[in-house]
Design a binder for this molecule. Structure first.
Ligand SMILES: Cc1cc2nc3c(=O)[nH]c(=O)nc-3n(C[C@H](O)[C@H](O)[C@H](O)COP(=O)(O)OP(=O)(O)OC[C@H]3O[C@@H](n4cnc5c(N)ncnc54)[C@H](O)[C@@H]3O)c2cc1C
Length: 495
């Protein structure tokens, strides 16, 4: 539901006293016009629409500090939520009745000032509001790049570091949060603090994967490596789940490739890489899908540059020969590194009414994936008949994650992610939510110890279960850095 003009006016007038107290210190940075309220109550999910009292447009860190201090010092603290790109799907960057901070305004008019590449130290100092695609452009322009990415790079640095930031490089380098060495953070008390593994570590570990609960990241120092210039990029089709996952696990154990992901194919369109030019393959894929409802493919990439261009084809062939995909069902391309990382470009959702995105993201322990496949991937996904959905499934090495950080993963050395990326017509998400709940119920009934990534959790009990042994430290850090529960209420952990 979009905010109506009447409801907006009503809320503004009722809340006039609070908003003026929030804005008193610097009224020009908080706006309550319809466009601002719409921005603050909209995200990529298009499911939750919590209307804030206003949206703050800070131009400096000091503006963020003063805003949070105003709330913290007030007898009636107001909620504050950083909004990076607003690509959450369940209102996580919203602050109903509070103030949403439009992080992008921190970088407005500052050009490249807020992405500083240090070639000697091999790191980038990046504003929390910056998009990864801009980090990609600035870094590769001087021959370097971050090592860990997300599949889609039009997301803010602060937004992905508040979750984990995962993609096909994470098996080797860990998630994006494992590749940060220092942060500037404004805490929920309005303190501006620099933190790292050795300096204010409690804040550093808290904020990484911290769902915005302990502070607003205004700068991140990100590890860089020499950038490759080109990639060999293959998609390999599998009909058998065990062979598919055995090959994925082989690939994440030997570091012979640079990127490994996997996908679930539930309809012929999703297999067009292999079938579009061959009627016999089209028929074979159709028959297999009819028989077992589902196929799988691995997406595999190996980087190269001028120094390795002469040997890359042979090396890539050797790599593929070790794998047991369906004979002849490999599709290989060559692309620039930037084309590969920015594969999907920015997503244009078209014109209103915009679709809804009731996504479900899970981490699944390796020991339970066969049961998970039988019940969910092969058992439930094909029944959806969902030709617009994308289903991603690939493994990680847990030793690349730092358990001191707030991010939660299963307690096994290898675990997988399932990203069930559904698209429905606006407000048509309820049946997909029921489907997602069936998946969660299945896992619960079978005792599969899955964890949600980008969690959509509502009750305190479920949050305690989600964090497990980390709950105590999460509560402790909340009391240390945001004792008045001001920050990111849209996550619904403490609010
Ligand atoms: C098309 C698409 C593709 C995606 N692909 C991937 C993927 O491949 N891998 C992956 O890991 N994730 C992926 N995601 C999920 C994405 O990482 C999260 O939704 C992330 O939060 C989006 O960043 P954002 O800037 O839009 O964050 P927002 O939605 O703006 O914010 C998310 C949360 O972080 C808080 N926050 C935002 N900025 C800051 C900050 N500077 N400091 C502290 N807290 C902050 C917000 O208050 C909120 O609670 C994808 C999402 C979309 C829509």
């Amino acid at each position: 539901m979009q905010p109506s003009t009447l409801s907006i006016l009503l809320i503004i007038s009722i809340s006039f006293t609070i908003i003026t107290s929030a804005a008193a210190y610097k009224p020009e940075i908080i706006k309550s016009d319809a466009a601002s309220l719409s921005l603050g109550s909209t995200d990529y999910g298009n499911i939750v629409h919590d209307i804030p009292l206003g949206v703050a447009y800070p131009s400096t860190e000091k503006d963020v500090v003063e805003l949070i201090r105003a709330s913290h010092a007030s007898g009636e603290p107001f909620a504050v939520a950083a909004r990076g790109r607003g690509h959450s799907v369940r209102g996580q960057a919203m602050a109903g009745g509070g103030v949403v901070v439009d992080m992008t305004s921190l970088g407005k008019g500052k050009g490249k000032e807020r992405i500083r590449i240090d070639l000697e130290g091999m790191y980038a100092d990046v504003g929390g509001e910056q998009l990864w695609v801009d980090v990609l452009k600035e870094a590769t322009a001087v021959g370097v790049a971050p090592v860990s990415w997300t599949d889609y790079v039009y997301l803010s640095v602060g937004g992905t570091l508040s979750n984990a930031g995962i993609s096909g490089q994470a098996f080797m380098h860990g998630p994006q949060i494992s590749n940060v060495v220092e942060l500037d953070v404004v805490t929920g008390k309005g303190e501006f603090m620099t933190c790292s593994r050795t300096r204010n570590p409690e804040l550093f570990f808290g904020v990484l994967g911290g769902l915005g609960q302990f502070g607003i990241i205004t700068r991140a120092r990100i590890v860089l490596d020499k950038a490759p210039t080109r990639v060999k990029w293959a998609k390999l089709l599998y009909s058998d789940f065990t062979t598919f996952t055995r090959d994925q696990e082989h690939l994440i154990s030997n570091n012979a490739s640079n990127y490994v992901e996997g996908f679930i194919v539930t309809n012929e369109n999703a297999a067009s890489d292999w079938t579009s030019s061959s009627p016999s393959r089209k028929a074979e894929v159709a028959a297999l899908l009819k028989k077992q409802g589902v196929l799988y493919y691995i997406e595999l990439v190996k980087y190269y540059d001028n120094n390795t261009a002469a040997t890359i084809d042979q090396e890539f062939d050797t790599l593929l020969k070790e794998l047991k995909y369906m004979s002849g069902y490999n599709a290989t391309t060559d692309a620039s590194f930037v084309e590969f990382i920015d594969e999907s470009g920015d997503i244009d959702n078209g014109t209103p009414p915009l679709p809804s995105h009731p996504w479900l993201n899970l981490f699944i322990p390796k020991s339970t994936i066969v049961e998970f496949n039988a019940g969910v991937l092969a058992g439930m996904l094909p029944k959806l008949n969902d030709t617009s959905g994308i289903f991603i499934f690939y493994p990680f090495n847990r030793n690349k994650w730092d358990d001191r950080m707030t991010a939660v993963v299963p307690d096994e050395e290898v675990f997988y992610t399932l990203a069930a990326l559904h698209t429905t017509p606006q407000d048509g998400y309820k049946s997909m939510d029921e489907f997602n709940n069936e998946i969660l119920e299945f896992c619960k009934s079978k005792g599969l110890k899955v964890k949600q990534y980008l969690p959509n959790i509502k009750s305190k009990k479920e949050w305690m279960d989600h964090f497990g042994t980390k709950w105590e430290i999460v509560e402790k850090r909340k009391a240390m850095f945001d004792p008045k529960n001001i920050l990111s209420p849209g996550q619904r952990i403490f609010n």
